[in-house]
Design a protein around this ligand. Sequence first.
Ligand code: GLA
Length: 405
Amino acid sequence: MNTKSGNKIELTFLFLLFITTSIFAQKFENLALTPPMGWSSWNKFGVKINEKIIREVADAMVSSGMKDAGYEYVNIDDCWQISRDKNGNILADSINFPSGMKALADYVHSKGLKFGLYSCAGSLTCAGRPGSRGFEYQDARTYASWGVDFLKYDFCNIDAQNAEGAYKIMRDALFTAKRPVVFEICEWGGSQPWTWASKVGNLWRTTGDIMDCWDCEFNWGGSGVMQIADKNSKLAKYAKPGSWNHPDMLEVGNKNLTDNEARSHFTLWCMMAAPLIAGNDLRSMSQVTKEILNNKEIIALDQDSLGKQGFRWIVFNGIEVWAKPLRNDEIALCFLNRSDVVKTIEFDWKENPTIWNGNADGSPIKVSDKLNIRDLWLKKAIGTTKENLKKTIQPHDVLVIRLTK
Ligand code: GLA
């Protein structure tokens, strides 16, 4: 064979390889069929993280009962990385992570948990550490060799990059590296990821960063629990198994929310089928925080296999009533008192006899039939829909019920 035809065969082979890789590069199937549950370092620790904290948090996820309740990902956010070596390999900060990422991932896995990391589509991360731009395939291979199960991919320092294109490069890189990774798209809603991201990732941030406050808004885009819930609630129709709207990590257990507010925050995230990524210090939780994060009946709403995001159904006497369709034609209702005063409600089911059930056929659920009512924070049965529902709801608190046949 002469050199010319040899070159031709080689070129044809490379061309075919390129075509096949492009056609078959895709999102991993069967991941995050219910919203991912875990913990991430950012909300509590910000840039000040190290391997001791991560190991202790993994221990606490087990000892606090959170693992039993369904939490599995231990995710390190920005600032684990420091530079690249002369071959372009990403390097972990050797002062704060002296054992390296592989050892840390092994430790997290030894607890029966999964390990997550953070990077950025731009040249630098949001906190100024090296990003993955131009190193996507190399970084994906490195993550696979370390045992990474979850990647949050941010969108700072991006010049003129197109969001969808940038996220597809990392999706393809992860797929080519062959280790299944839950892929979080974090571009804060700017390019309306809900319209394209279900083919690219498993969860996408719908808003700017959450702040540790009930009702607040900052001019740089950070906002409180209520503002984030309002924005995310409009996107219910885009959520489905494997593809979730992400209204950001939880602030439950951090310093500013009252117990009522933390309970409402957690409930609304579950009603919206949001990823449940705790953002507090799991090593030093109060009993109330533990009870909120570990309420299995509330978590069951989030993790319901129907995979429907709940929505604001009606506003009644100044109380917002949110509804979430569940499997077996069950439904959860959350009565949210956003006001600063105690409200006493008497809810007449006959006046609001049906709720759209979110199924493809659009058939409504009749709540005026005699359904059983269970209070999911009191954890007990409280009657049926034959009688009016009478309750007092504290300011910024919720009443959450599940209707069953
Ligand atoms: C962005 C993200 C946050 C966090 C920081 C880290 O602001 O939205 O969730 O990851 O970057 O720098």
